[in-house]
Design a protein around this ligand. Structure first.
Ligand code: TGC
Ligand code: FAD
Length: 392
């Protein structure tokens, strides 16, 4: 069983920018990760299985809907608290952070923001306690970066709509109790709705043989003439901006989460470099290894500053989607690079499950692709600064 030796790293005294509540939340989640997640996650990743027994603990530490108001079962916390929770979870494993960020930002957020009062009351409390797990269906087999071209559609049948189509690469799909699904109506307008497990014609086959995010369950959402009651449709939101606003929240959480994965790789590599002796000296005494470690903490610190500022802007409702794209893109690329460098410091040991680095590295290959790829986020920045879309 793996012992988590992680130690706190705060090179620029960023803790001084946090409130006591932020630090308490961090400590709570970090302790839980060390006690409940780190000891088992490698085994589950090797077996490509989601550790379902962690769901109750995730709910207890407030990982489901931290910024959703308490009236609906959330914690009513600020955006920096949400970021800190994502950071600490992803220090443990990106797949577990995925489950929490999908539940919070892609399921609870749209139900809270776009749902009717009845929908909020019906779903949010059960999602906050983890009694129900949700998934988010936007991507389709033929439409990933370009979700506006989706073909999944609904037909008005009076009391209900008839839903047909398929979503692919959906986190939590195989065991979700409900899915927030985006589909076009007869006029080609995108609508959002809640589809519940058990509705006839709705199935969620699992996607196997992933080398990445192995402790997270990924699957399809298949709709074959599913009768979705009209009361399950989000009443007012129309168009692509509905699902894309949910992505703003999830991408923001990922920007924090990636720092967690990077910190874990840095922490592991630093400890190993001090302990491992070659040529009668610790690896940490060689300039080439110091260069790697020094660059890692520099990049982590830059990412922390970027993300903390974004959190402040988000708390003030001033963070733009393009600012969020910049942070998601920068931080995930930073974490992926650090994971690859850290793995080299560990030599052959770096490829084993004895250490978390290879798992982080493989996980980050998904994180750099989902929620908008590395290149799509660059194009979003490009469009923001030039005013010209280079997507098509
Ligand atoms: P475009 O014409 O630019 O925009 C259409 C409408 O949407 C509005 N909009 C936004 N609104 C809110 N937030 C944003 N970030 C927005 N971006 C655009 C825009 O103002 C417009 O509104 P309106 O009122 O004029 O209609 O759209 P486009 O078709 O050209 O596409 C733009 C593009 C490429 C940036 C976008 O489609 C995109 O972001 N593509 C990437 C797709 C993506 O990120 N998919 C993620 C799927 S979910 C997922 O991966 C979950 S992983 C979860 C986990 O396990 O953690
Ligand atoms: P494509 O869109 O086919 O892109 C392929 C390549 O082409 C990329 O490098 C891309 O950057 C590039 N490209 C595309 N368009 C352009 C362009 N205009 N200019 C330049 N380059 C371009 N989706 C959900 O809806 N819900 C989920 O819960 C979810 N979970 C996921 C979990 C995992 C493990 C993974 C891997 C994916 C998940 N996704 C989910 C899907 C994810 O959001 C998509 O994979 C992602 O948006 C990219 O789409 P695609 O894979 O179809 O790639």
């Amino acid at each position: 069983m793996h012992t988590d030796k992680y130690q706190h790293h705060d090179y620029y005294l960023m803790d001084e920018l946090l409130t006591d509540e932020h630090k308490l939340i961090r400590e709570t989640v970090r302790s839980w990760v060390k006690k409940e997640l780190s000891p088992i996650i490698e085994d589950y990743a090797q077996r490509a299985e989601f550790p379902k027994q962690l769901v109750n603990g995730l709910a207890d530490i407030g990982a489901f809907g931290p910024y959703i108001p308490t009236d609906y079962g959330g914690q009513g916390l600020d955006q920096i608290s949400y970021g800190i929770i994502m950071q600490e979870l992803e220090r443990g494993d990106s797949g577990i952070r995925s489950t929490a960020s999908v539940q919070s930002s892609l399921v609870m957020y749209p139900i809270y923001t776009f749902g009717s009062e009845e929908q909020r009351q019906k779903y949010l409390p059960k999602l906050a306690t983890g009694e129900w797990i949700g998934s988010f269906g936007l991507t389709e087999p033929s439409h990933g970066s370009d979700p506006g071209s989706m073909v999944t559609h609904i037909k008005d049948m009076g009391d209900y709509v008839l839903l047909n189509g398929a979503k692919m690469w959906i986190s939590n799909a195989p065991f979700c109790n409900l899915a927030v699904v985006w589909a076009k109506d007869e006029n080609g307008v995108i609508r959002g709705m809640v589809v519940e497990r058990g509705m006839e014609g709705f199935s969620t086959p699992e996607t196997h043989n992933k080398w990445s995010l192995r402790a997270s369950a990924t699957g399809e959402l298949v709709f074959d003439n599913v009768k979705v009651p009209k009361e399950n449709l989000f009443p007012d939101i129309r168009g692509l901006k509905g699902p894309l606003s949910c992505l703003n929240s999830a991408r923001y959480g990922i920007a924090w989460g990636a720092i967690g994965a990077a910190l874990d790789c840095y922490d592991t590599a630093l400890r190993y470099a001090k302990e491992r002796i070659q040529f009668n000296k610790p690896l940490a005494s060689f300039q080439l290894q110091q260069k790697k470690l020094a660059e890692m903490i520099t990049e982590i610190t830059k990412a922390q500053l970027l993300t903390w500022r974004l959190g402040v802007l988000k708390n003030e409702n001033r963070a733009t989607p393009a600012q969020i794209s910049m942070a998601k893109r920068n931080n995930v690329a930073m974490a992926l690079h650090i994971a690859r460098e850290a793995r080299q410091i560990l030599g052959a040991m770096g490829i084993t499950g004895e250490y978390s680095i290879m798992r982080h590295s493989m996980n980050l290959e998904s994180v750099v692709t989902y929620e908008g790829t590395h290149d799509i986020h660059l194009l979003i920045t490009g469009m923001d600064i030039t005013g010209i879309s280079a997507f098509q």
